[in-house]
Design a protein around this ligand. Structure first.
Ligand SMILES: [Zn+2]
Length: 218
């Protein structure tokens, strides 16, 4: 038992989030879940036998700024999105073993590690710019529903995402959108911009042919 907050009915969410939850539902049967007592709400392990997600049903965000039950729910959705990203984003087969969980397409024609590094850095900078805009927007967003704790949580997750934007983007956006929607913050400018970013990412990971990340205006 995960001991997270149950997700509300679909009618509490808009079409984009419902689409993400459907995407999560489709991939969940491919994942093994295992309880641990390590204080981590969720962690993905890419094993030769398939993806495994470990979780601790007593975990909370280290800073304590998130509400524990909804946080545990969205932390697991975050991990599930890692698996979706790993499956949807393409990468050159010869380098795939070292590129698990990346949330960008890496052109499959690339032939050297330097080229791959360059592609990752370029796209990382782009999503970092998007994160930067989101953080600036949040600091200007005086919506009452974004209380002190929710603001601290969102900011903390931005910092987390920006630490490794090549693996933490689609995941963090999904987590934040569901958390904010569960706390009725969908009408805020911050939510709307995060949804724009998440929509761009969702289109990118499913569109063919693969395309690179783009900067998204507020
Ligand atoms: Zn993650």
């Amino acid at each position: 038992m995960v001991d997270g907050e149950p997700l509300p009915d679909d009618n509490a969410f808009d079409e984009h989030i419902i689409g993400l939850l459907d995407e999560a539902e489709r991939i969940i049967p491919a994942i093994t879940f295992e309880r641990q007592n390590n204080g981590e709400a969720g962690r993905i392990h890419y094993l030769a036998t398939g993806p495994k997600v470990t979780y601790d049903p007593s975990a909370n965000l280290a800073s304590g700024e998130a509400d524990a039950k909804p946080f545990r729910t969205v932390a697991l959705l975050h991990e599930v999105m890692h698996v979706t990203c790993d499956r949807q984003y393409v990468k050159p087969a010869w380098a795939a073993a070292d590129l698990y969980g990346r949330n960008f397409h890496i052109p499959i024609a690339l032939t050297t590690n330097d080229e791959i590094g360059q592609s990752l850095r370029t796209q990382q900078d782009i999503v970092d710019t998007n994160y930067e805009r989101a953080a600036a927007l949040l600091s200007r967003d005086s919506s009452k529903v974004i209380g002190k704790r929710m603001r601290a949580y969102i900011n903390e997750r931005f910092v987390y995402g920006r630490g490794m934007p090549d693996v933490h983007y689609d995941t963090v956006l999904f987590e934040l959108l569901v958390y904010m929607a569960m706390n009725k913050a969908q009408e805020t400018p911050t939510f709307k911009y995060l949804e724009k970013l998440s929509t761009e990412a969702a289109e990118r990971r499913t569109d063919k042919p693969p395309r690179v990340a783009i900067v998204v205006g507020v």
